[in-house]
Each structure stands twice: as structure tokens, then as C-alpha cells.
Design a protein around this ligand. Structure first.
Ligand SMILES: NC(=O)C1=CN([C@@H]2O[C@H](COP(=O)(O)OP(=O)(O)OC[C@H]3O[C@@H](n4cnc5c(N)ncnc54)[C@H](O)[C@@H]3O)[C@@H](O)[C@H]2O)C=CC1
Ligand SMILES: O=C(O)CCC(=O)C(=O)O
Length: 631
């Protein structure tokens, strides 16, 4: 039964119902093997476009295209098969809508009935709701043109067709072409929706009542039943600090709107930009502070396109129901390789020799240079990076010592130190691979440098605030340390245009790099795939696996409707959710709950049959932070 609330909906076929233009595709099939195929198909496409954006009359465009086509009756079944695979994604997704509202939907097209009818029949649309042209053929089955009696073959044909339909009630038109808009212009239709999923024409978009990038958006705006809980085109992604282009590509392919800012943003700038943003993507420079979170009115998830997440108020995100995802191992190897390279480079005093050579100074000497073979490497922080460096360093003959605040599996012949002091006192090279937690601020200062052996080398590829930089500069200037490599700094420029200031500039045997430990093609590509995949999986299924601040739930395939409920972790919330469901006789197919000290995350899969009121009642459950439904 048609819903009386639904206006009549007239949908264009070519480039709206399907992703492509039927006649262009037909030309492609008919001209297989023709030496001039590409040129002719190109000409046909150009004529289609001119007709669609209104720059030549529709009838002229049609006549000239058919003249170029050389198609035959037997090409049509092939065309139909092809078009069935090219129905617009959001139309396919909402097949149920067409089946439910078939009586209110008309396909009004200047294309041809011969290929439209079988394609839309799969969506429950009957032949008498298809209004389109028909071909004419010669005795050999060659397509010679179109039936000139059909109003749709004439200029203004869609308007006349709509008049003849004489529909009583509201009429909405959705299409990509000028002739679709003309039905609205004539006053016979109440609204025109420019459909831009496949093609966006400026002249058409400019005149539309609404621009809908997908059919989901049309359904959402009109409060009609839809397959997705929320149109993906409404999900706005803000990417800062230049993650690999693959990230934007993946988000766009999912249908999200993506905006990129090449550098980092400071707090004020981010507060201004965050409104309306659903997914925020950052790297190490952008701080997601309580003020930023307060301004974030639509935030669904944060992606850290890096390992460290100390720049993000993780608890604040959690309390707002926002999971944070990072890429915990995508750049691990890159940092390890950099650290190993730095140890060798410092041990050979290359930071001093290289600039001299560039100035024409030949300083051949072995003074202060040594092999790393047999030397003692002290790794502070034996996590993913530290432990992988341990393996690689042993492979080149170093003796590894490590210190970690947590109990860690000892790899190879590495020697565990019970205290930081014990490690610092005995090794030739100290390398930091701790995380950036606040407590690690100034973990290494004057006292720790003094404990290190004279001539020891020091590396910081972890976080800038972990080291007291003036104390490091003093230890280098005094000659107590033999050299240092530093990739991370307490104050880093937000963009490549800002000047880098540090006490370490100009010191001998000091290698300073602009936070590039993870900046390799491999790492950046891996990160740009890993983080969007995690975020999209969360949005599409509720899966929080590998989130750094949310209870991790890896979910089975969704069985029916899925209710996703994030609440403050206080007693009784699950019971209240289940009370609502029980009172409304909703059948639970599966339920998954995990909590941490701040929040509870409960996923409930329920039968498709339930009253809409259930959703309203669940939203009102006390202590709810966020609630959404996945269909
Ligand atoms: N320079 C760069 O471009 C990059 C820097 N990083 C930094 O490297 C850090 C480490 O990365 P992963 O190894 O993947 O992290 P991880 O979390 O696997 O390892 C960190 C280890 O440090 C230990 N730790 C923390 N505080 C400590 C302390 N005070 N003393 C001793 N051990 C301590 C932890 O228990 C943990 O085992 C990241 O958090 C990030 O800050 C990561 C990637 C690139
Ligand atoms: O590449 C970046 O911007 C940050 C790398 C980093 O420090 C990390 O992954 O934690």
C-alpha cells in the first residue's frame, strides 16, 4: 500500500536511476570493433551532455545521437544486462523503498522504453509507470530513430507528459538534467531535486530546490523509510596535517564529504572548524582539547593518523561517546629503521662531517668514530617500536638492554634492567621509545644525562616533552654526550612555513629531523588505510576493536536491527535498556556489553519488527551519552 504522505515521485532514468546514459552505453556496445569507435562514442557523449545541460535542444541532441549510433535490435539485451549492473548505488541500496511505494513512483525519461522497462522491473516498477521513448527499426532490425508521435521525443516533452499524467497531489521530480528541472519550472511539479550521485551539472544544480548527492538524502529529507540509518553524504570528515591521499579517497568512496587542511590547527582554529564535523582526522600536532570537544556538536569518531594519542583528550572523547582510533603498528618499522640509521650516523660523526664537505672542507679523521658492533644499546620503552628495534639492533651485533615500566617479553638476548638508572649507567647509546603520557614529561633531564657514560649517544624519536631540551643541550655543549639525534620537540611548527626554534640548532654531532620518524611512503599509506577502515567499521557496524579509548567489542555479522548505546558507567543502565525492550515485546537476537571505568558500550541486535516508540524510549534512558540504530 502506498503511503498517502509520499508525494508522486518522478525519477529520471539515465545518470539518475542508473549511473550511466543508456544511449552512450548502447553506442559502446554497437560500435565494438569499429575503427572509429572512440571518436563516435565521444561525440555521442558530448551530444548527451549538451542536451542535458540545456545548451542545445533536447530533440536535436537525440536526433544527432541516434544518427551516429548504428545500433541494432540484438544489441538491446546486452545493453539491458549492462545497465542492470550500473544502477546507482543508493537506488540499489533502497530497493525496498521502490517495492513499497511502486504506485507513487514514475520513471519519466527521454531514454528508451526498450532498455528502461526491464531494468526498473527488478525494482517492482510496472511498465505503465515507465514513460519513455521507443525506437524505430528497419526490416533488418537496425535502429533507425524514434517514434516522433511520442511526446517525450519532442522539446518540452517531459512537461507535456507530466501534464497528461494529471496527477492529483504533490509531485516531486528527481533528476540530473535540465529537462527534469523544466517540469518544476512549468509549475506542474512542486519540487525539483538535483540528483548528483553520478553527474553534477552546474546549470541544473543552480536551479534545484534541493541537491541530493544520494537517494538516501532524498529519503532522509522527506522522512521516508531508508536502508541506512543516516545518509553517508551527511558525514563530514575534516582531515588535518596531510595524511596520505588514500585516506580521503577511502572516505569519499564511502560517500562521506571530505575537507582537508594541510597543516595542524591551533585550539582556536579547531574550535572554529569543528562544528558539524563527524570525523576528525589528525596526526601528532593537533590537540583535541576539552574546549575543542565542547565545540564538536556532531563528532562521531576521531582518527589519529599516527601511533601517539597523547595530543587527544581521550577521556573527554569517551565521555562524549566518541571513540578514538589510531594506527598502532603502521609506522613502527619506519621509526625502527630511522633509529638504527641514526645510531650509525652519530657513531661516525656524520652530522659534523656532512656540512663541512658541503662547504669544501675535507676532514678525514677517525677521531670519535666507532663501529656499533658490540656496543650496548639501551632501549627505554620496550613496546612495539622498542622491541622491534631490539631485534634489528641485535642482528647488527649490538648488545641490547631495555627498561620498561610494564612487564615485557624479553626478545633474543636482550637484558632487562630493573630501573632506568641501571640502564643509563651502563649503555653506550640510549634511545627513547616511551609513549607521550603526561607523567613522562622531562623523564630525561640533567640528572639522567649525568648518569650516562661520557661520550654516550642519545636518541629521542618518542615525544618532545619527554626530554628536558635545555639539559640535553647543556650535556652536548659540555662534551659529556658524544652526540644526539632528535626527531620530536616540545614545540613543533604547525606547518612547513613556520620557523623551527630550538637550543639544539647548531650543536656539534647533533642530528635534528622534523618529526619524520613515521614519514615514509609505506607507513603513510598503511596508516591511511588502517584508520579509515577502523572508523568506517565503527560507523557501519559499531565495531570498536582497536579503539584506544573505548571498550573494545568485535561484533559478529549484524543479524537484524542493531541498537548502539553508549552510556555513563553507572549501575542499572543495561537493565533499563532491557526493560524498555521487554515492555515493548522486542525480541533480542544478541547482546554485547563492555564497560570501562567511564562508559558502558552495549550493542543489542533485535528483530526487525518493533514499534518506533521503542527508539524514543531508549534515547531517554537515564545516563545515555549517545544512541544510534543501524538498520
Ligand atoms: N618520531 C615519530 O615520528 C614517531 C614517534 N612515535 C612515538 O613512539 C612512541 C612509542 O611507540 P610504540 O612503541 O608503538 O608504543 P607502545 O605503546 O607499544 O610502547 C611504549 C612503551 O613505553 C613504555 N613506557 C611508558 N612510559 C615509560 C617510562 N616512563 N619508562 C619506561 N617505559 C615506559 C610502555 O610501557 C610501553 O611498553 C609513541 O607513543 C609515539 O609517541 C611513534 C611513531 C612515530
Ligand atoms: O607522522 C606523524 O605526524 C606523527 C608520527 C608519530 O609521532 C606517531 O605516529 O606517533
Amino acid at each position: 500500500m502506498a503511503d498517502p504522505q509520499l508525494p508522486y515521485l518522478l525519477i529520471d532514468f539515465d545518470s539518475t536511476f542508473t549511473q550511466v546514459e543508456g544511449l552512450d552505453e548502447l553506442a559502446d556496445i554497437a560500435l565494438q570493433g569499429h575503427p572509429d569507435r572512440e571518436r563516435i562514442v565521444g561525440e555521442i557523449r558530448a551530444l548527451t551532455d549538451s542536451g542535458m545541460n540545456g545548451s542545445i535542444s533536447f530533440s536535436e541532441s537525440l536526433r544527432r545521437r541516434l544518427g551516429l549510433l548504428s545500433a541494432r535490435r540484438e544489441h538491446l539485451p546486452l545493453l539491458v544486462e549492462q545497465l542492470k549492473t550500473k544502477v546507482s548505488d543508493s537506488i540499489v541500496r533502497n530497493r525496498g523503498f521502490f517495492e513499497q511505494f511502486r504506485g507513487r513512483v514514475y520513471i519519466v525519461s527521454s531514454g528508451f522504453r526498450e532498455f528502461i522497462e526491464p531494468v526498473v522491473a527488478d525494482f517492482g516498477i510496472d511498465a505503465d509507470h515507465v514513460l519513455a521513448n521507443t525506437f524505430t527499426y528497419d526490416a533488418d532490425g537496425r535502429i533507425t530513430g524514434f517514434d516522433p508521435e511520442n511526446v517525450l521525443s519532442q522539446d518540452g516533452g517531459k512537461i507535456e507528459q507530466l501534464r497528461r499524467l494529471d496527477l492529483q497531489g504533490k509531485v516531486y521530480v528527481m533528476g540530473d538534467g535540465y529537462t527534469d528541472y523544466q517540469m518544476r519550472e512549468s509549475g506542474l511539479a512542486d519540487r525539483f531535486y538535483a540528483f548528483t550521485e553520478n553527474v553534477s551539472r552546474d546549470a541544473v544544480v543552480a536551479r534545484a530546490d534541493e541537491v541530493v548527492p544520494t537517494f538516501d538524502e532524498f529519503l532522509y529529507q522527506n522522512k521516508l523509510p531508508m536502508t541506512l540509518s543516516y545518509p553517508k553524504n551527511r558525514i563530514r570528515v575534516l582531515l588535518l596535517e596531510n595524511p596520505d591521499a588514500r585516506a580521503a579517497e577511502l572516505f569519499r568512496a564511502e560517500g562521506y564529504q571530505v575537507e582537508s587542511v594541510p597543516g595542524g590547527l591551533d585550539e582556536d582554529e579547531l574550535v572554529e572548524r569543528i562544528e558539524g564535523v563527524s570525523i576528525l582526522g589528525i596526526r601528532s600536532k593537533t590537540n583535541v582539547t576539552p574546549r575543542v570537544l565542547e565545540a564538536a556538536n556532531r563528532l562521531i569518531a576521531v582518527g589519529a593518523f599516527c601511533i601517539g594519542t597523547n595530543q587527544i583528550d581521550l577521556v573527554g572523547c569517551m565521555q562524549k561517546g566518541v571513540p578514538v582510533f589510531n594506527a598502532p603498528f603502521s609506522n613502527t618499522r619506519s621509526v625502527v629503521e630511522l633509529a638504527l640509521g641514526e645510531i650509525i650516523v652519530l657513531a661516525r660523526r656524520i652530522p659534523e662531517k656532512n656540512p663541512k664537505m658541503h662547504q669544501g672542507e675535507w676532514d678525514k679523521s677517525a677521531k670519535g668514530s666507532f663501529e656499533i658492533r658490540g656496543k650496548k644499546l639501551g632501549i627505554v620503552g620496550y613496546g612495539n617500536i622498542g622491541s622491534q628495534l631490539s631485534v634489528v639492533a641485535e642482528a647488527v651485533g649490538m648488545q641490547v638492554y631495555y627498561y620498561d615500566v610494564a612487564e615485557k617479553l624479553q626478545l633474543g638476548n636482550a637484558v632487562k634492567c630493573r630501573t632506568l638508572q641501571e640502564l643509563l649507567q651502563q649503555v653506550d647509546v640510549v634511545t627513547l621509545h616511551v609513549d607521550g603520557r603526561k607523567d613522562n614529561t622531562n623523564l630525561i633531564g640533567a640528572k639522567e644525562f649525568a648518569l650516562m657514560k661520557p661520550g654516550a649517544l642519545f636518541l629521542n624519536n618518542a615525544r618532545g616533552h619527554v626530554v628536558d631540551v635545555p639539559a640535553l643541550a647543556a650535556a652536548l655543549r659540555s662534551g659529556h654526550l658524544g652526540g644526539a639525534a632528535v626527531d620530536v620537540f616540545p614545540h613543533e611548527p604547525k606547518t612547513n612555513q613556520e620557523v623551527f626554534e630550538s637550543e639544539l640548532r647548531g650543536l656539534p654531532n647533533v642530528l635534528i629531523t622534523p618529526h619524520i620518524g613515521g614519514s615514509t611512503a609505506e607507513a603513510q599509506r598503511n596508516i591511511a588505510e588502517f584508520v579509515p577502515e577502523r572508523i568506517m567499521s565503527y560507523i557501519n557496524t559499531g565495531n570498536t576493536q582497536q579503539s584506544v579509548n573505548f571498550p573494545n567489542i568485535q561484533l559478529p555479522q549484524q543479524q537484524a536491527h542493531r541498537l548502539i548505546h553508549i552510556h555513563a558507567n553507572v549501575p542499572g543502565v543495561l537493565a533499563r535498556i532491557n526493560n524498555v525492550l521487554a515492555n515493548r515485546h522486542v525480541n533480542i537476537l544478541g547482546q554485547y556489553l563492555k564497560t570501562n571505568e567511564h562508559i558502558g558500550y552495549v550493542i543489542t541486535d533485535i528483530d526487525k519488527e518493533y514499534e518506533q516508540e521503542v527508539i524514543g524510549e531508549l534515547r531517554k534512558v537515564e545516563h545515555t551519552i549517545k544512541f544510534r540504530v543501524l538498520y
